[in-house]
Design a protein around this ligand. Sequence first.
Ligand code: IFM
Length: 757
Amino acid sequence: MEWLIKENIFDKDKIELNGNKFLIGNGYMGYRGTMEEFSKEQLVACNLSDLYDKVGDKWREPVNAPNGLLTRLYCNGELLSVLSSDIECHEQELNIRNSTHRRYTKFITSSGIKVEVKAERFLSLYNLHLICMKYSFKASEPCDILIETGIDGQVWDINGPHLINIETYKREDNCIFHAITNENKNSLAIAERIEIGFGSEVYDSNSYNSFREISSSIEADKEYTFVKYVSVFKDRDDVEDCVGVAIESNEAAVNLGYDKLLEVNKELWNQRWNDIDVEIEGDDYSQLALRYSIYHLMIIAPTHTDNTSIPARGLSGQVYKGAIFWDTEIFMLPFFLNTKPEIARNLLKYRCNTLDGARRKAADYGYRGAFYAWESQDTGDDACTYFNVTDVFTGRPMRTYFRDKQVHISADVAYAIWQYYLATGDESLLVEGGAETIIECARFFYSYGYFNMDKNRYEILDVTGPDEYHERVNNNAYTSIMVKYTLEAALACIELLKAKYEKEYINLNLEINFEQEIDNFKDMFEKLYIPTPDKETNIIEQFDGYERLENISLEKLKERIIDPNEYLGGGNGLATTTKILKQADVVLALNLFKDRYSEQVKKSNWEYYEPQTEHGSSLSACVYALLAADLGKVDWAYKYFLKTATIDLTGDSKQYVGTLYIGGTHPASNGGAWMTAVLGFGGVKASEGQITMSPKLPESWTFLKFRVVHYGQKYSIKITKDQITIKADNINHKCNEFVINGEKLICNPGQIIEIRY
Ligand code: IFM
């Protein structure tokens, strides 16, 4: 039961939300949870990773592939659609165990014929280019049916259309759709093939669609079934003849057959779940929500490439320009790092691969080093616009400073690369671009920082921290703490290269001439001003002058809102002049550096900032959950855990900022759910070969069970209210040290240890 997401009625008002909620994916593409008869008006989308396009002066965004699953069934000339027909019953189901989407609808035609339709679909993990669907129907009386099925090229676009030079034709039993993108002329091909044992077929096409019309007289109460295979290829997949390989891919699918492909898919998903599942006993809702969050992370994980990373809305659509934000490094990476480090490596390698884009951005702004894009796409250049929000009152674009001033993005990238090294011990990423990236980020901060001669200290001025409502502030605590860590990581990286990779060290120095910078890094590291806890209150001021802002409750601030979608930050925003923050800021820094701050400082700041936080970003709740768990505030942690883990189940999140649609899935929240369960309630801290655990389970959880991989060694861990059981995999070849209750333990390969806590 904790693997099924279900809706038992059709609700027109939920079409958009269910498109996200019932999303399936395989990292190469995501297919929204829409009905087979739907079209772009219902936001059908097959969202592709790693293909972007720009039309005119509109935003650059990812390209949706034409919909190869379009299927419309007519009974005696009458279209059967949940949008227009009478329905006796309707079910939509997503099995997250194996990413399979099902629908069942019983239609009643105007003449009273009952027609049952079943459809099942999945995206193959075995062949990432392949979409498979099985479609069945049965009528209560003999009738004439017509099936329109094929490729619908009229796709949902926010800033499209992206495809030009469209060619539609039939070749070797395949409906073909081929086009190139508008900007870079990338080739994209979709081939659709059908296995059907009844009816007569006529192929049809026009400038957008490539499809078949199958007609047949059918008997009463007999089930008719056909299967569709759809293959999607783009030249960015290193393929020359996209149409040719798409046809071959369908041919291979036909040879294996739908049932075999489904069986293989289930087995591949089973293998995935062996490493990633987290079991909770005693709380079915949390269990489902947590698995659902993990599911969402896995369906968008780029297992196949390091040319791309995970966008802020995953593969659910084109929102946020399909761009990769700091969400990935700070909120999603820990899940991958602790369960699938090879995927974590891909995500970080993408940052190394886009270093030149970050260099270009730094240079554009007159700095040295690497200033990562706030919204990064294929090249690493910034897709974020200067006017990112439209004012709901005037309809005018507002100048925002996400792009220019959220410099912490470079520190987040450097931090994440170094975390990868600390969690895996794998130096290869550092050697293959990771060290260069960290050093270039440090160089950027040295050139961005301001040396205050009077105070003999470096300061980081004119920035926007995670709390985006307060733009262009000085000495934002989160940013400065992260900058200091970047410098620390850069210096450690340089030492490591020098000691172990002399040749690479010399070559890198020849390339980017960093040696002359080392003393600068050291100086800045030592003299960088970091806002410290106030001696009396322990509060770390979020930025210079924050304390002087209006002290108002969130409730009171909300009473001032005129339009539900008005933007609370920026120049005129309601929150700008107040202490209300959009999302965790200081609390995030305290969470990332838990071991560097006292219990009292963490507690005081959590209690101070929590009532002032609007959680206007889906990145916020999990941070409060994590620090609450660390502080033993388990009820609070649980409340925020549910908020973060259920975001895509309930659809309970902001859908608009100004006039900008921001709906879709929330992988950062999903990552936050995993972090809260394992790192928060499980109390796991794993770094440099040592795993510390101090669990605090919520009241109703009788046990929590999960797997972690650290330094390449895998463990199954079960936590009950008073005992921790650790089992080291038999194939482990090294021992990490566990620290529980201050006691150090070694868990040898194959060994099980039990300890009361
Ligand atoms: O990265 C976030 C940011 O912190 C808040 N606004 C939305 C972005 C994408 O999730």
